[in-house]
Design a protein. Structure first.
Length: 457
């Protein structure tokens, strides 16, 4: 860390950051009432609202969004004539998956081997703590030099679009000169990175039906059409022999220009087992940032334990398709649906239901705010130059904000570097990254305010 008064203040705030992150992680705020009570998300939203009020935010509001979740909004007024910066994070999290596979409880922040473990520690409850720490540090060094809006989403991980719809219905609410999305991450620990592109996504549930009811596999197997077997064939059609995504009519040969992802580094980050090949073709950066990727997220069928000798009458799967910038999510959804229906064998009945959708995003990295962020990150990371990368994940709100506020500069930073293992078991955050990025954000707000004032004078 640099030796400066602001850096020392950020460092002194780290114990508080850990305490508050532990409080936030304790909420089982998965935005799916079928898995966790809605009250967990509501309690997390109330915690966020209380934190904003305690920092002097005005107009703090719990926004009831059309998908049935709540986002939290607050406004912190700055000096007269100052620009407005919108800071984004989300408090909802992915489900913990197999809790028995966690070394420590998923909803209990636990320090181990120099990292803090817990669901949402990096994605993205830590992002909110990053924002709060940066603002608190600035208050001790002359005050926050810009107007600040904070929006903390309650259903980002579900992809149900509640905040996007709310923003479109209330376009004046989130208007800003610059938007900092705190939901991505450095290319790796210690390498300051802004994210230039995000893949969009479409999420569908495919249902396959072949019989009026299950049948005895000995009596009817061999002639009776098996819905589970039909589903397996349909899902297999979504990949080529090398594992590349295949959706009829969807281009899948783009190349990534810029920072590259070495295969050995990717294998280590992804924890690929020895002897297992990577899927797809082209460079790793091509595959994870510039091309579509299809993933079967889950299958409803009888578990092995308790299974009976039956031909299955029905089966279903949840399928995610990630799409790169330049591809329209609506068109991709139509192509995916048509592909799934066409791939059905034996005349099996296939129903495809749209669950979630988000457009891909490409940032303008030549905008003035990026110059301020590059300077801030260089100082926070002791002279290391800021890098620009892509990210295979999706943040649907980005395109909504870009469409609503075309003049706003949008920057994407965050705590989800590869070691964080977001969306997997044993998610964690690096305390050092939290400290450095909190400092970088504080420095950015100072530099951006000066840049804005100079441009207007």
């Amino acid at each position: 860390m640099p030796d400066s008064p602001l850096a020392h203040t950020v460092a002194s705030l780290q114990p508080r950051a850990r305490t508050e992150l532990a409080e936030l992680v304790a909420f089982k705020s998965v935005a799916d009432p079928a898995q966790f009570p809605r009250s967990e998300c509501e309690a997390a939203a109330e915690w966020v609202a209380g934190a904003l009020r305690s920092e002097g935010f005005t107009d703090v509001a719990l926004l009831d969004t059309p998908d049935g979740t709540r986002s939290v909004y607050g406004f912190l007024p700055g000096p007269a004539g100052a620009p407005t910066v919108l800071l984004y994070a989300h408090y909802d999290v992915q489900p913990p998956l197999d809790e028995s596979a966690w070394i420590s409880p998923p909803f209990e922040l636990t320090e181990r081997d120099g990292r803090w473990y817990g669901r949402g520690a990096a994605d993205c409850k830590g992002g909110l703590i990053m924002h709060l720490t940066a603002l608190r540090a600035l208050k001790e060094h002359g005050g926050v030099p810009v107007n600040v809006k904070v929006i903390v989403e309650g259903s980002e991980e579900q992809g149900t679009g509640g905040l996007e719809q709310y923003a479109e219905a209330h376009p004046e609410l989130l208007t800003a000169d610059t938007i900092v999305i705190g939901d991505t991450g450095n290319f790796r620990v210690g390498l300051p990175t802004v994210t230039a592109t995000l893949r969009g996504m479409t999420l569908v549930r495919v249902q396959v039906e072949t019989l009026e009811g299950n049948l005895h596999s000995g009596q009817f197997g061999g002639a009776a059409p098996d819905a589970l077997a039909a589903l397996i064939r349909i899902l297999d059609s979504l990949r080529a022999e090398d594992g590349s995504a295949v959706v009829d009519g969807l281009e899948a040969d783009a190349s990534w220009e810029g920072l590259q992802y070495a295969e050995e580094e990717f294998r280590k980050d992804a924890k690929v087992l020895d002897g297992v090949e990577l899927t797809g073709s082209g460079t790793v950066a091509d595959r994870v940032w510039a091309r579509p990727a299809v993933t079967v997220l889950g299958i409803d069928c009888p578990p092995v334990v308790g299974a009976t000798p039956s031909v299955q009458a029905g089966a279903r799967a949840l399928v995610s398709l990630r799409i790169p910038p330049g591809t329209d999510a609506v068109k991709a959804s139509e192509l995916l649906t048509a592909h799934l229906e066409k791939a059905a064998p034996w005349g099996a009945r296939v129903t495809v239901e749209q669950i979630g959708q988000g457009q891909p995003f490409r940032a303008d990295t030549d905008s003035p705010a990026y110059a301020s962020m590059a300077e801030a990150m260089r100082e926070a990371y002791d002279g290391t130059e800021m890098q620009t990368s892509g990210m295979g994940g999706s943040i649907p709100l980005c395109n909504t904000l870009a469409a609503l506020y075309p003049q706003a500069e949008i920057l994407l930073i965050g705590l989800s570097e590869p070691e964080a293992q977001i969306h997997a078991v044993n998610e964690s955050v690096s305390p050092e990254e939290l400290e450095r990025l909190s400092l970088a954000e504080a420095l950015f707000l100072q530099r951006y305010a000066r840049q804005y004032e100079a441009a207007g004078s």
